[in-house]
Write a protein that binds this ligand. Structure first.
Ligand SMILES: NC(=O)c1ccc[n+]([C@@H]2O[C@H](COP(=O)([O-])OP(=O)(O)OC[C@H]3O[C@@H](n4cnc5c(N)ncnc54)[C@H](O)[C@@H]3O)[C@@H](O)[C@H]2O)c1
Length: 334
């Protein structure tokens, strides 16, 4: 039975991947320090270690006998990274370096690295994989630095690598009480608390959203497909490019509430329009959007409703507190 290590296994993406890999007959070893994950997400068959990926010695030990690594551990907090660059660098860059080193040291066959659309920054739309990365915030910078480290060290040591670029995933098991990220889940959690969606700026920012299953089947194909070796591939839809205002409206309609959004000041450094081309994924992974945006939001809504709305938990420290720091975070009003 091939052994797969999933970092960030108690998180949204990592736990879904674990479910599918277990079903497919793999032995899954998982690591998570639970900064953003939840043990409730975990299948009991995962051999789980509550370690920090920054701790090379520990990661090196559990990577023994592992054939493939999915590196999903991260603090995927793009907006917050502008105000907490130290914590973000630890969990996105230092943690990645340690996982890459452990993989190489233990002669794994392949590392699948989860990057982010933040790698592109502000460029002509839609973002394509051949564009030069131009991140505009510490989160994006860390993701790109991790990518470069992965490429250099894996090529040097003849370990296969693939870089997945998911974007704005929604679905069950996503953390919905984190005030710093996951806009759709935040809207739905607030609506279920009887509060209107809160929007930074004018709400005309545009994004595409992908349903978790549509992202996971692409990642699963990246495990051993030969065509994806040394490739960077965007994962997710390029249709249904909608404004945050429209996203809030869909959330209100699905929940049957009549809330009108409330508006807050712009968030510094936010990229206004961001969407990725799915052409390469269509070609290499037979990507197609199987779950519509409305259906994806509905499934996310049902999940949060069943679990029950939760108070937002300000679990990350804000390092830079000044006039640019969003009041919603400083005053904990989300
Ligand atoms: N969800 C999205 O929309 C999205 C979009 C683009 C990229 N990504 C990338 O996909 C990956 C998974 O994201 P997600 O949405 O599942 O996030 P998530 O927060 O649900 O999962 C990440 C997990 O990593 C764990 N973690 C963080 N730092 C760690 C550390 N130092 N050591 C051990 N565990 C640590 C967290 O506890 C969490 O369980 C990340 O790399 C993220 O950057 C996600």
């Amino acid at each position: 039975m091939d052994k797969v290590l999933i970092t960030g296994v108690a998180g949204f993406l990592g736990s879904h991947l674990a479910d599918h890999l277990i079903k497919a007959g793999y032995k899954v070893v998982g690591v998570d320090n639970l900064i953003g994950g939840d043990l409730e997400n975990l299948d009991k068959q995962v051999e789980f270690y509550q370690y920090n990926c920054q701790d090379f010695e520990k990661i090196n030990k559990i990577t023994k006998g592992v054939k493939y690594i999915y590196h999903c551990a991260a603090t995927a907090h793009e907006g917050l990274s502008v105000f907490s660059p130290t914590e973000i660098a630890k969990n996105n860059l230092v943690a990645s370096n340690s996982v890459i080193a452990a993989g190489i040291n233990n002669k794994v066959k392949r590392i699948i690295y989860c990057s982010s659309m933040a790698r592109y920054g502000r460029q002509v739309l839609p973002f394509t994989e051949d564009m030069k990365p131009m991140p505009v915030d510490p989160y994006g910078i860390c993701k790109v630095a991790g990518e470069e480290t992965l490429k250099i060290l894996c090529d040097l040591n003849k370990v296969e690598w693939v870089i997945a670029v998911p974007h704005n995933i929604i679905g069950p098991k996503q953390k919905y009480d984190d005030p710093f990220r996951n806009v759709i889940s935040i809207f739905l959690n607030r609506i279920l608390q009887g509060k209107p969606p809160l929007i930074y700026g004018d709400g005309k920012q545009k994004r595409c959203f992908s349903y978790i299953d549509d992202c996971v089947y692409c990642l699963l194909k990246m495990l051993d497909d030969k065509n994806v070796i040394s490739q960077i591939i965007n994962i997710g839809p390029d249709e249904n490019f909608i404004t945050i205002n429209e996203a809030a409206e869909i959330c209100s309609n699905i929940s049957g509430s009549n809330f009108k959004p409330e508006y807050l000041e712009d968030r510094p450094q936010e990229v206004k329009e961001a969407t990725c081309s799915a052409d390469k994924a269509r070609k290499l992974l037979n990507y197609e959007t199987k779950t519509s945006l409305e259906e994806g939001i509905r499934k996310t809504y049902e999940y949060i409703k069943n679990k029950g709305p939760k108070e937002f938990n300000y679990h990350m420290d804000i390092e830079i507190k000044n006039e640019l720091t969003p009041k919603s975070w400083k005053d904990k009003i989300i």
